[in-house]
Design a protein around this ligand. Structure first.
Ligand SMILES: Cc1cc2nc3c(=O)[nH]c(=O)nc-3n(C[C@H](O)[C@H](O)[C@H](O)COP(=O)(O)O)c2cc1C
Length: 366
């Protein structure tokens, strides 16, 4: 069945950004730079291929906002020096040449950084590869100012080189999320304790970035229930926990909430209803949302990225989420790594021709 007439393949406008359809590429860190943090020509072509495949909005891999504490490893692409900025501009130009829009994901890994900082001091969370990490240092006044300035500077640069929007990474246990989670935020000052305090720093970042980029420039903000190192720890036990967070983010200046889930279709609070988390966030915040998680993928296993291989599945039910107005954009991650032309294949009704995702697809920037 062709999905050509589905709303997800129709253009949309968010503030100053126009997208030719509502399919986004989910942010995926690839760790393929040299230690200089300069995005390579292979990355330029990797993003160009997804734009040429008619992805509406490319959300880039995480871009650390500074070289002090933001990065969790040496081979992620920065956007600070003239060389790093010029290389990102080549990505932006390539995406535009192919008719796409692009938002870099601005990222501070906080407690998971190489030189970690966070709301509170703690033993560093274990790394996936089992290697030890230095302990997390609790942020002091100067750190708060420095991190806000780093987000502002990265947002300004993004805008200057022609990015159509930015995404702030507020999910997965990284710095902004670490403030939100009571488990990682044990502060006793105005940044810890009740939710309005735990939200304070993420909101300060959003407000400062909004001030720097102007009123019309779209700011996406990614939130999640889960954190990679502690997936059982649920942050939002029900809509009442979610509402103050998403409303405050909207009031601080966020335009679109990107709701990170493992399966876009899963009910967020099954005891209440079968509405998805993206659906709840949209309902409670009155903002457009991005739904994501296992679109066109079946057979996810329980390890980080879905086991060795995932089978392909009909993305019809997720496409329906957009049709029904439960979410506004649909982000596709792993399936777009194995299928740069995902949009064209699915729109034509040929989803059975999608290549299944395999972990080995991550070895190269094909
Ligand atoms: C290799 C890889 C790297 C990822 N890196 C990031 C990242 O930098 N930032 C982020 O917010 N999510 C990241 N994610 C999560 C994806 O954005 C997405 O939410 C997840 O893969 C589920 O979507 P999918 O089932 O379509 O792959 C990553 C996922 C993968 C597979």
């Amino acid at each position: 069945m062709s999905y050509a007439d589905s709303l997800v393949f129709k253009p949309a406008r968010y503030g100053s950004m126009s997208v030719r359809n509502r399919i986004a590429m989910a942010p995926m860190t690839r760790r393929k730079c040299g230690e200089d943090g300069v995005v390579t020509e292979q990355s330029v072509e990797y993003y160009r291929r997804r734009a040429a495949g008619e992805v509406g909005l490319i959300i880039s891999e995480g871009v650390p906002v500074d070289s002090l504490h933001a990065a969790d490893g040496p081979t992620v692409p920065h956007m600070e020096t003239a060389g790093q900025i010029a290389a990102w501009k080549r990505v932006v130009d390539a995406v535009h040449e192919e008719g796409g829009a692009i938002a870099p994901q601005l990222w501070h890994t906080g407690p998971k950084a190489m030189d970690p900082i966070g709301p509170s001091s703690s033993a560093a969370p274990p790394r996936k590869d089992g290697q030890a990490r230095p302990d997390v240092r609790a942020m002091e006044d100067a750190d708060f100012e420095q991190v806000i300035e780093a987000f502002v500077s990265a947002a300004r640069i993004s805008r200057e080189i022609g990015c159509n929007a930015i995404e702030l990474h507020g999910a997965h246990g990284y710095l902004l999320d670490a403030f939100l989670c009571p488990g990682t935020n044990q502060r006793t000052d105005e940044y810890g304790g009740p939710i309005e305090n735990r939200l304070r720093f993420p909101l300060e970042v959003v407000k400062a970035v909004r001030g720097a980029v102007g009123a019309d420039y779209p700011i996406l903000y990614r939130i999640s229930q889960w954190k990679s190192e502690d997936e059982d720890k649920i942050k939002f036990r029900g809509p009442d926990d979610l509402e103050p967070v998403v409303v405050a983010l909207r009031e601080a200046g966020v335009d679109i909430l990107h709701v990170s889930t493992e399966r876009a279709l899963d009910p967020a609070f099954p005891d209440v209803s079968d509405r998805t988390l993206a659906g709840w966030v949209k309902e409670l915040s009155d903002l457009p949302t991005v739904a994501v998680g296992s679109v066109s993928l079946a057979l996810m296993c329980n390890d980080s990225y879905g086991g060795e291989m995932a089978r392909v599945a009909d993305p019809g039910p997720e496409i329906e989420l957009i049709e029904e107005g439960e979410a506004d954009l649909l982000a596709v991650g792993r399936a777009l790594i194995s299928n740069p032309d995902w949009v064209q294949i699915v729109r034509d009704g040929d989803w059975r021709d999608l290549k299944p995702f395999a972990m080995s697809d991550l070895d190269t920037l094909a």
